[in-house]
Design a protein around this ligand. Structure first.
Ligand code: FEO
Length: 183
C-alpha cells in the first residue's frame, strides 16, 4: 500500500525548499564570518543566530515531508556567493535573500493550491507568515543602516549599529518547539 501522501511534484519542490533553507543558513554563516572578521561582532552574532533559524526552517520542512510518507533527498548546497562589499551591501543582500525565499515559498503555495493538497497548503501558511517577519527583519536592518549613512556610514555609526544589534533578542527557536499555532 502506498502511504506517500505527497505528489512527486510537491515532494520534489519541498525537497528543493529544504536545500534553499540550508543555503540561506550557509549564506548567513558566510556573511556572519565576513562581519566578524571585520570586527562587527554584534551584527555577526545576529546573523549567526539567524543562520540557526534558517536551519530550523529546513528541519521543519524535512519533518513534514517524512510525516507525509514521502522521501527526503538531501542534495548539495550551492556556494553562498561572494562576500559583501560593505555592511550596507550585506544588509541589501540579506533583504534580497529573504525576498527570493518568499517567492519560492509562494510558488510552493500555488503548487499545493493547484493540486488541492490542502495539508501542504495549510503547512505552508506558517512559512508565509514567517516570511513576512523575515522580510520585516531584513527591512529593519536596511532602515537602520540607511539612518547610519548607508554606504557612507562612518566608523562611529557602524560601531553603534553593531552594539545595537548585539542586544537584539534571539529569534532562533528549535524546530520541534515551533508549531502553526505557536510560530
Ligand atoms: Fe527561512 Fe529567512 O527564510
Amino acid at each position: 500500500m502506498n502511504t506517500n501522501r505527497l505528489s512527486n511534484t510537491i515532494s520534489s519542490a519541498l525537497n528543493e525548499q529544504i536545500m534553499r533553507e540550508a543555503l540561506a543558513a550557509q549564506v548567513y554563516l558566510s556573511y556572519g564570518a565576513w562581519l566578524k572578521d571585520k570586527g562587527y561582532d554584534g551584527i555577526a552574532n545576529f546573523l549567526f543566530r539567524h543562520s540557526a533559524e534558517e536551519r530550523n526552517h529546513m528541519m521543519k520542512i524535512l519533518e513534514y515531508v517524512l510525516e507525509r510518507g514521502a522521501k527526503v533527498t538531501i542534495s548539495a548546497i550551492p556556494e553562498p556567493g561572494s562576500d559583501p562589499d560593505s555592511v550596507y551591501d550585506c544588509f541589501k543582500k540579506v533583504f534580497k535573500q529573504e525576498v527570493n525565499n518568499t517567492e519560492s515559498v509562494y510558488k510552493l503555495v500555488k503548487m499545493s493550491f493547484d493540486e488541492q493538497d490542502w495539508a501542504t497548503w495549510n503547512f505552508l501558511q506558517w512559512f508565509v507568515r514567517e516570511q513576512v517577519e523575515e522580510e520585516t527583519l531584513a527591512h529593519n536592518l536596511l532602515d537602520k543602516i540607511k539612518i547610519a549613512g548607508g554606504d557612507k556610514a562612518n566608523d562611529e555609526a557602524l560601531y553603534n549599529l553593531d552594539k545595537d544589534l548585539s542586544t537584539e533578542p534571539d529569534h532562533a527557536r528549535l524546530a520541534q518547539d515551533v508549531t502553526v499555532e505557536n510560530p
